[in-house]
Design a protein around this ligand. Structure first.
Ligand SMILES: Cc1ncc(COP(=O)(O)O)c(C=O)c1O
Length: 390
């Protein structure tokens, strides 16, 4: 079978830059071609080290998710901080990471296409690669693509109540484990359980109760697999919203935290233990826009960033430079900053920065991070897996 479409897209992915592009001399933030995505490198490193340290002291593995940042340079720093591997949401994201030198990748979504299975088999020859499955048909596709000495780690995706992907039945999980173990090219590694629907439950206690309840069910399923002869070396899952909950669960071996590297407004609003804002990690990602027009007088000013630079699936961008102001979307290219009466008037032409509403899909709208320290921008890091949704 010819995979001409896949050959074309993978060849194009190989052309993408993956290394930082430093400026010879730093440039000032107010000279950038706004709207741009800004990344505070020092804060990013503090977030990475804090998460790695937190999980390390609890004997949990750190398996950060690259779906958030899509950036090999950030993945490299996470590996250097002790990550056991990097997660990729899709084969194409894994493709970019592996070809940029990340040598341990777990693909957290199941694959149901023969051509993708072939790309994955090819990738497994360059790195230690794991993938999740949740049905026999998916396993068959992988089996058909693997050959010779190929080795692919396989985890069974479990669902408890989210209803997105994963198997709910113990029998089905056992049959999958049997089949993986019988394959000369596959290694049964364990299970994944990701409760995405709980990540933004407001209030720490409510989030904790619900997450712990689901893990009890998962622990029972892991036990059943083990007693059928299939012990799990890896029990992976979790996200930023439950990092300080799931890391206390005995059965969990590693956490797939993603958004903590940047923090976004959606996450900040869920609250932490004893605090209204979830502020365990710093906001390191912002969007810089420019105030470009003021047709409605002193109560509002228009900035040059709308749907094309901010994700619009959840809360609104949070203004950073004008206390008391609120952002509302003003179309594809525009946003309206609504100003509190009596607050300082922004000057037309001034830079206005915002905390991203939802970081992952916001990142996917941009080609590079403009890396800065305060007002000085000194590098651009390619978002090499931008648009890698297959
Ligand atoms: C399977 C999986 N694991 C981990 C994550 C990371 O979650 P978060 O960004 O909330 O840390 C996600 C995010 O959607 C995910 O889908």
């Amino acid at each position: 079978m010819t995979d001409a479409a896949f050959d074309a897209v993978t060849a194009a992915l190989l052309e993408r830059p993956t290394a930082p592009m430093a400026f010879e001399t730093p440039v000032s933030l107010d000279t950038l071609p706004t709207p741009v995505l800004l990344l505070d490198e020092n804060g990013l490193m503090r977030n990475i080290e804090k998460m790695a340290g937190y999980l390390g002291t609890r004997n949990k593995g750190f398996r950060p998710h690259a779906k958030t940042h899509k950036c090999p340079e950030i993945a490299r720093r996470q590996m250097a901080a002790g990550a056991v591997g990097i997660c990729a949401a899709k084969v194409s994201e894994a493709f970019v990471l592996v070809h940029a030198g990340i040598d341990s990748v777990l693909i957290t979504s199941a694959i149901m296409s023969p051509a993708k299975a072939r790309v994955l088999a090819e990738l497994s020859r360059h790195a230690s690669l794991d993938v999740v499955v949740d049905c026999e048909a998916g396993l068959e596709l992988l089996e058909a693509a693997l050959e010779g000495d190929d080795r692919l780690g396989v985890l069974i995706d479990l669902d408890v109540e989210m209803g997105r992907t994963g198997t709910r039945s113990d029998d089905e999980a056992r049959v999958l484990a049997e089949r993986i173990s019988a394959s000369p090219n596959m290694v049964f590694r364990g299970v994944q359980h990701y409760a995405g629907h709980l990540m933004h439950v407001e209030g720490f206690d409510a989030r904790r109760d619900r997450s712990l309840r689901l893990w009890e069910t998962v622990a029972g399923r892991v036990e059943k697999l083990a007693s059928a002869g299939f012990p799990s070396e890896v029990v992976t899952g979790c996200g930023t919203g439950t990092f300080n909950i799931d890391s206390e669960v005995a059965v969990v071996t590693d956490l797939q935290v993603g958004s903590y590297v940047f923090m976004d407004q959606e996450y900040r609003l869920i609250g932490g233990p004893g605090s209204e804002l979830f502020d365990d990690f710093e906001v390191t990602l912002t969007v810089a826009t420019t105030a470009i027009s003021q047709p409605m007088g002193v109560r509002a000013i228009t900035v040059d960033g709308g749907f094309k630079v901010f994700a619009s699936d959840s809360v609104n961008p949070e203004p950073l430079d004008l206390a008391g102001s609120r952002y509302r979307f003003g179309g594809d290219e525009h946003g309206i900053l609504l100003l509190e009466e009596g607050t300082q008037q922004p000057v037309l032409g001034s830079v206005q920065r915002f905390i991203t509403p939802h970081c992952d899909p916001t990142v996917n709208l941009h080609d590079v991070y403009w890396v800065h320290d305060g007002d000085q921008v000194y590098s651009r890091w390619p978002i090499s897996a931008r648009g890698c949704s297959w």
